[in-house]
Design a protein around this ligand. Structure first.
Ligand code: GDP
Length: 309
């Protein structure tokens, strides 16, 4: 099967390279200030529960100068298009560009997921954020309706590299491409019910994108805690990797730990398969339960290995 392709598009200085660096290379947000503008398409590859290739297309590449055949070729094997809009800048040009891309890509491949990032929202106050979101959605939907495009799959996300919203958005985007996601969600529901766990995530250890979770809702604060917890645990594991007790390129493999947070929540973290970490949260603790959870984690790991490797 071909590797699903995701295109990262948008006007120059919208934030594409920064997003790629922060999500896939753990770059600190402030360091992106010094990023050089990308002039050639750049790729990231992920091979976990889902395999995909993310291609950043530089803003100065004018895809509309390409002929019809080239455009068809560009979009024919694309699963998702992520379009980045700088919400702190005048965005009408970007919206026009986005609508043109949707129009062309939808004709070539109506199954494409269009993921619109209303980006850099850290610079907007709460009221202005909501207004901007409403305005952008309204304008794009009106334009597309005028073109008779009413069934395109468009999702809007408010993002910033200065908080967890960008990785949270990527999680939602990538999850749409995970094969057998609904069965996996059911499996995680059963895992929670049988283990007395309230919330469980499967994270990609490198990017902190979560590729699956149980069916209960996710709130940003919980995600934030989990993401920070993984960072700290991997750093600690790396500290000990030199004397041989933990060993892997990222310190995440063979990682298995249990911690109690200040708010009384117990967090279970365990390496699964293919760069995936399971993170479970529960309010109650007992020795008996710990044994049960550990046993169920092993069963789940075997199941994932059978399905995804
Ligand atoms: P590209 O040309 O689309 O690849 O844009 P860059 O990634 O080079 O980003 C352009 C500028 O936007 C850089 O100075 C980044 O630091 C800044 N930037 C990127 N993301 C954000 C964000 O979420 N918030 C803010 N305030 N600035 C951002």
């Amino acid at each position: 099967m071909e590797t699903p392709k995701i295109l990262l598009m948008g006007l120059r200085r919208g934030g594409k390279s920064s997003i790629r660096q922060v999500v896939f290379h753990n770059m600190q947000p402030l360091e992106t200030l010094y990023l050089e503008s990308t002039s050639r398409p750049t790729e990231e590859n992920m091979d976990s529960l889902v395999k995909f290739q993310l291609q950043e297309l530089p803003g100065q590449l004018d895809v509309f100068q390409a002929n019809q055949e080239d455009q068809s070729h560009l979009y024919s094997d694309v699963s998702s298009i992520i379009y980045v809009i700088d919400s702190q800048d005048e965005y009408l040009m970007a919206l026009q560009n986005l609508v043109q891309i949707v129009e062309t890509a939808y004709k070539v491949n109506p199954k494409i997921h269009f993921e619109v990032l209303i980006h850099k929202v850290d610079g907007l106050n709460e009221d202005f954020r909501q207004d901007t979101q409403r305005d952008i959605i309204q304008r794009v939907t009106d334009e597309l309706t005028d073109m008779d495009i009413t069934n395109a799959d468009l999702t809007f996300h408010m993002t910033s590299i200065f908080d967890h919203s960008i990785v949270e958005a990527f999680s939602r985007i990538v999850q749409k491409l995970v094969p057998k996601l609904s069965s996996l969600t059911q499996l995680l529901d059963i895992f929670c019910a049988r283990s007395g766990i309230e919330k469980v995530f499967l994270f990609d250890a490198n990017s902190k994108i979560y590729l699956a979770t149980d069916s209960s809702p996710v709130d940003v604060e919980t995600y934030q805690i989990c993401s920070d917890f993984i960072d700290v645990s991997i750093d600690l594991a790396n500290l000990y990797s030199k004397n041989g007790s933990m060993q892997s390129q990222s310190g995440s493999q063979q990682l298995s730990c249990l911690s109690k947070l200040q708010n009384g929540v117990n967090v279970y973290l365990s390496y699964m398969v293919k760069g995936l970490l399971l993170l479970g949260m529960s309010r109650s603790d007992s020795q008996q339960k710990l044994v049960l959870v550990e046993n169920n984690i092993c069963v789940l790991r075997d199941g994932l290995e059978m399905i995804y490797t």
